[in-house]
Ligand binder design. Structure first.
Ligand SMILES: [Zn+2]
Ligand SMILES: [Zn+2]
Length: 341
């Protein structure tokens, strides 16, 4: 990355010197612009935050009531020390955005995390033309190709129904921000009752308050009769697997909804009965499509298989460079935590 560029990489994060702001900084700064509310993009301790309007409630949950948060709608432009800053939908989770930064005719877009596949729980990814595109590469290998979402949900529904016939509960592990709500939205709610872990319930409530229609759910902690769990679906963060919290469900089957379930051995490693390949990140073809449609002259690649994506891009006529950021987040097997998603 050129030292003179409009955006540079510093030890605190991506920095725009001209506007004196950071994008998704991992160390405290004065002015932070956030792409979305996942833990590896939303750190506490900044003096001021600018977040996408639809992500406000989710950001609040992570940052606390005392945080100084301003919001901006998709497509609106704010002027920060003469630099034009705007958000465009990233299609990753509710209130996720690509950040477009423009100064003196030079345009940068920082993608944050994104996917192109439609998701009823958030706004659809919008391609934004720019000179410099900073893209994630969480699933940046040709082996990662997602099936249409309907197929995945057919599998989940069948699994739930079969468990129900056997008098079992179905516990599905999904990151609490984004994936959990996508699961609830996509499953056949006529099959049975849906219960939630506390972390999931809290974020689901924030989704509803933001205007996303989701099926009725009940917080597991409010259930008095354990028989209620028989035949039901329980949505819980991966961190709750194997904890004593699970004991109350009696006979049950476990499933895990994540892009990583495509990796050989991942299901066994997670010790779950079923793996469902459902990701909130772009797969290989989507990454290439997003990069192409940006029409960028330079592509910076971060977050995941950046070296591999860079090599491929440079071999196929793009001008690409890896960027060493500290986003090791949501769908990374190492980086998860209960409140994260
Ligand atoms: Zn994310
Ligand atoms: Zn991330």
């Amino acid at each position: 990355m050129k030292k003179s560029g409009l955006i540079t990489l510093t030890d605190r994060g991506l920095y725009c010197k001209r506007g004196d702001f950071y994008i998704d900084p991992w160390k405290p700064v004065k002015k932070a612009i956030l792409t979305h509310a996942h833990a590896d993009h939303t750190y506490r301790g900044n003096e001021y935050y600018l977040v996408p309007f639809e992500g406000e409630r989710l950001s609040r949950i992570r940052l606390g009531d005392e945080a100084n948060i301003s919001t901006q709608k998709y497509g609106e432009i704010s002027d920060i020390n003469g630099v034009k800053v705007s958000f465009y939908p990233a299609g990753h989770v509710l209130g996720s955005a690509q950040v477009r930064v423009e100064f003196a005719g030079e345009v940068w877009v920082c993608s944050g995390d994104y996917k192109l596949m439609p998701d009823a729980t958030c706004a659809q990814f919008e391609p934004v033309k720019c000179h410099h595109f900073i893209t994630e590469a969480t699933f940046g290998l040709p082996i990662y190709r997602w099936q249409p979402t309907e197929f995945i949900f057919e599998d989940i529904n069948t699994w739930w129904r079969k468990n129900q016939e056997k008098g079992k509960a179905s516990v599905i592990f999904a990151y609490s921000l984004g994936k959990s709500q996508r699961v609830m939205n996509g499953i056949d709610r006529s099959i049975g009752k849906i219960f939630t872990h506390g972390a999931v319930e809290r974020l689901t409530q924030a989704y509803r308050e933001t205007g996303i229609a989701l099926p009725d759910t009940q917080y597991v902690g409010s259930v008095e009769n354990k028989k209620d769990f028989v035949g039901s679906l329980i949505v819980a963060p991966p961190g709750s697997h194997g904890s004593t919290w699970m004991k109350r469900f009696g006979s049950h089957s476990t499933g895990f909804a994540s892009g990583w379930m495509m990796v050989r051995g991942a299901r066994r490693q997670r010790a779950v009965d079923r793996g469902f390949v459902l990701s909130d990140h772009a797969d290989w073809p989507e990454l290439l499509r997003a990069i192409e449609s940006s029409e960028a002259e330079t592509v910076y690649v971060t977050h995941g298989f950046s070296e591999e994506v860079v090599r491929y891009l440079n071999e196929t006529g793009f001008n690409a460079t890896p960027l060493k950021t500290q986003y090791v987040g949501d769908e990374h097997s190492e980086g998860e935590e209960i409140e994260q998603g």
